[in-house]
Design a binder for this molecule. Structure first.
Ligand code: ZN
Length: 284
C-alpha cells in the first residue's frame, strides 16, 4: 500500500496513523497495517468535492448532498485507500445489534445503488477476501475488528444505542462463534467519534447506561449531575465491554479523536454538520 504519514501526532501513541493520498486524509491503525492482511481506513472530511454542510468529503448518499458529489467523493476515497468500488458492502444502519455474516454474494451491496444495501444491520463480518465492509458515521463510534490468525474482519456502528446494546462485544463474540476466533487474537480499533468532552446526554440515556453497565456505569460519565445530565464516554463504554468479554486491553486501539472538537477534520452531527465519514476494512 502506498501512503505517506503526514503527521506523527498524538494519535500515533494510541496506535492510529494519519495518512494522506492524493489530497484524501484518512486514519489507519498501526497494529492492523502491520499484519499486511487488510486495507482499511477511517475517512476525514478532507479531499472531497462537496460544499457547505457537506464540505468536502461527504460519503453518505443518505443526505441532501448532490449525489454526483457523493459518488465522486467515494471514488476518491476508495482510490486513495486502494479499494475498487465494486468490492464495497454496506448496510442500512438502524442503531440495533444485528450482526450480519457477509459472503461473496453480498459483494457490491450499496456500491452503486443505495437500494441494494444489506437491510437493517449495524455490524458486518467476513472471512472472505475482497469484500470491503463499509459503514458511515458522524458522531457514532466506528469499531473495526481483525483476527490476523483466523483472517477474519468485522465492523460495527455504535452510537449510544449500539453501545448499550453491546454491539462491539457481540461482534467479537460472533467472530468467535462463527469463525472460531480466539479472544487473545482479536485486534480492535475504536475510531474517531464524539468524545466525553462533548457528548452530553440526558436522564433516559443515563438510565440505559446504568442498566447495561451496572458495575461501573458512573465511571462512564463526566459531570454527572442531579438534574439528570452527564457527558457519556462512548470510547470507554466500548473499551470496557470488550475487555469484559475477554479481549485483552492491549489489543484495543482507541483514536481518542472527538468529531465535535475536530471540526476541521470530521463531520459532527451535533455540530449541525450534515456530512458523513466512513470506515472501511477489507481482507486482501
Ligand atoms: Zn469534543
Amino acid at each position: 500500500m502506498i501512503y505517506k504519514i503526514i503527521q506523527e501526532d498524538y494519535t500515533l501513541d494510541r496506535g492510529f496513523v494519519k495518512n494522506e493520498q492524493s489530497g484524501i486524509v484518512y486514519y489507519t491503525v498501526f497494529a492492523f497495517d502491520k499484519t499486511g492482511l487488510i486495507k482499511h481506513a477511517f475517512s476525514t472530511r478532507l479531499g472531497g468535492v462537496s460544499s457547505c454542510a457537506y464540505e468536502s468529503l461527504n460519503l453518505s448518499v443518505l443526505t441532501s448532498d448532490k449525489l454526483e458529489n457523493v459518488w465522486e467523493n467515494r471514488k476518491r476515497f476508495l482510490n486513495a485507500v486502494g479499494i475498487e468500488q465494486d468490492r464495497v458492502v454496506g448496510a442500512h444502519q438502524v442503531h440495533h445489534d444485528t450482526i450480519y455474516q457477509v459472503t461473496t454474494k453480498d459483494k457490491g451491496a450499496g456500491a452503486y445503488d443505495p437500494q441494494t444495501v444489506i437491510p437493517d444491520t449495524d455490524a458486518l463480518m467476513t472471512n472472505e477476501t475482497g469484500l470491503a465492509l463499509t459503514a458511515f458515521f458522524a458522531d457514532c463510534v466506528p469499531v473495526l475488528f481483525l483476527d490476523p490468525v483466523k483472517k477474519v474482519i468485522a465492523l460495527a456502528h455504535a452510537g449510544w444505542k449500539g453501545t448499550v446494546a453491546k454491539i462491539a462485544a457481540k461482534t467479537a463474540e460472533a467472530m468467535m462463534q462463527t469463525y472460531g476466533c480466539a479472544k487473545n487474537d482479536i485486534l480492535v480499533a475504536i475510531g474517531p467519534s464524539i468524545g466525553p468532552c462533548h457528548y452530553e446526554v440526558d436522564k433516559p440515556v443515563i438510565e440505559k447506561v446504568r442498566e447495561a453497565f451496572p458495575d461501573y456505569w458512573t465511571e462512564l460519565f463526566a459531570g454527572l449531575n442531579d438534574e439528570g445530565h452527564g457527558y457519556l464516554n462512548l470510547w470507554e463504554a466500548n473499551f470496557r465491554q470488550l475487555r469484559d468479554d475477554g479481549i485483552p486491553a492491549g489489543n484495543i486501539s482507541t483514536a481518542g479523536l472527538c468529531t465535535n472538537c475536530n471540526q476541521d477534520l470530521f463531520f459532527s452531527h451535533r455540530r449541525g454538520m450534515a456530512g458523513r465519514q466512513a470506515a472501511v476494512i477489507m481482507l486482501v
